[in-house]
Write a protein that binds this ligand. Structure first.
Ligand code: NAD
Ligand code: ZN
Length: 358
């Protein structure tokens, strides 16, 4: 039996998690949508690995299939590639009864979702995540985006998928660094809301072959589901999902994106946990076990950047509202709270987290 999670958005959908799902994705999909044309959007790396299997499964189930392949990587998440996808959908005469299917990581999911949300004002959207990050984070919740010259993810729409099919066998071909990227978000969910999940990663170094992988993805999706259910359009509770991200984004930007997202979030999570302890905001000390768990799973816990550099960058973070900033702070493992403070106090928080004098 595959693991499944029901997502309670305005229109509900199911996330199915298991190894080997690509080979039967057509018949699975048939349970949630009628026969139609499916436009698969993928990237060159994922396409070479998985496109044929997915195409065959869809065709065998009676779907008409066409595919659009974009070059892999963040560079493809542009308005120009979005425009090319929209033109492709028009050339293939897709109608509002048809569907766009994202086969790939978060880049493919974000841009294909944007296309699905805007082509003819929206058609069905299906996600087949192939990175751990996409499985536990970007494929669920309906946020789509492309980058603008002025910054990342600045244009997008909310577009929930009608089905998410996560074939966890695909993690076997992921570069180790991409798997670790996803593990940072997994550990984030543990710190936020699931001590059992956290303990699993505290005790084991998890890789794609670990027998717990399906359970791990399910636990993460369940937690994300709770925040998405409460706050579908990101006006409040979803902020919790930003644990480690304020300082993490500053690290990412300071490194000119040489430090990958998950690695930067890892540094962000340890830093905020250390600061919380130093400032007496925690109920139980947890910075050490967070650092241990991240390190055990191949993630960094230190940075050479200074508090002042990170603070200056965090100041321009788009999530800042007015003169205050809201941080997600661990109270103990499995329990965090939102803490809003005057933005200038963030310097002290980062300095405490890095063990610097201010
Ligand atoms: N919409 C959301 O809620 C949300 C949440 C988090 C992140 N994101 C976005 O997601 C993106 C990052 O996603 P990502 O980390 O999946 O990156 P990605 O899509 O760029 O994938 C990483 C790399 O792995 C390759 N790859 C993917 N699956 C593979 C597989 N199974 N085997 C071998 N190689 C594979 C890809 O070709 C790519 O080169 C960012 O653009 C970020 O903004 C969106
Ligand atoms: Zn993240």
């Amino acid at each position: 039996m595959s693991n499944t999670v029901e997502i309670r958005t305005a229109e509900r959908y199911t996330v199915t998690i298991d190894g080997g799902l690509h080979a039967c994705c057509g018949s699975l999909l048939k349970q949630s949508i009628p026969s139609c044309q499916v436009a698969i959007v993928t990237d060159d790396i994922v396409g070479d690995l998985y496109l044929q299997t997915v195409k065959k499964s869809l065709s065998d189930a009676g779907f008409k299939v066409c595919s659009f392949t974009l070059p892999h990587g963040e560079v493809s998440k542009t308005i120009h590639v979005l425009s090319a996808i929209l033109e492709f959908l028009a050339e293939h005469h897709l109608t509002r009864r048809d569907a766009v299917l994202a086969l790939g990581g978060g880049v493919v999911g974000d841009i294909a979702g944007f296309a699905a949300g805007t082509y003819m004002r929206g058609l069905r959207f299906i996600q087949l995540p192939t990175t751990l990050l996409a499985a536990v984070d970007s494929s669920v919740g309906g946020k789509t985006a492309v980058n603008l010259a002025a910054g990342k993810n600045l244009a997008g729409v909310f577009k929930q998928p009608c089905a998410v099919i996560c074939d966890t066998d695909t993690f076997a071909t992921l570069p180790k660094s991409e798997f670790s990227n996803g593990l940072a978000e997994v550990i984030k969910y543990g710190i936020l809301a699931d001590e059992t999940l956290f303990d699993l990663l505290f005790d084991n170094d998890i890789d794609y072959a670990s027998e717990q992988v399906n359970e791990i993805v399910e636990r993460c999706v369940r937690i994300k589901e709770r925040y998405v259910h409460e706050d579908e359009f990101e006006r409040g509770a979803r902020q919790f999902l930003n644990l480690g991200h304020t300082i993490g984004h500053a690290v990412e930007t300071c490194s000119e994106y040489r430090i990958p997202h998950g690695y930067a979030v890892s540094i962000g999570m340890v830093t905020i946990a250390r600061a919380a302890e130093a400032l007496d905001w925690t109920e139980e000390p947890c910075a050490q076990s967070i650092a241990h768990t991240l390190e055990k799973n191949g993630l960094p816990i230190r940075t050479d950047f200074h508090a002042r550099e990170l603070f200056d960058i965090a100041l321009s973070d788009k999530k800042r509202s007015g003169d205050t900033i809201t941080l997600v702070v661990p109270r103990k493992i499995g329990d965090c709270f939102l803490h809003t403070l005057p933005v200038e106090e963030l310097l002290l928080v980062i300095a405490k987290g890095l063990g610097e004098e201010v």
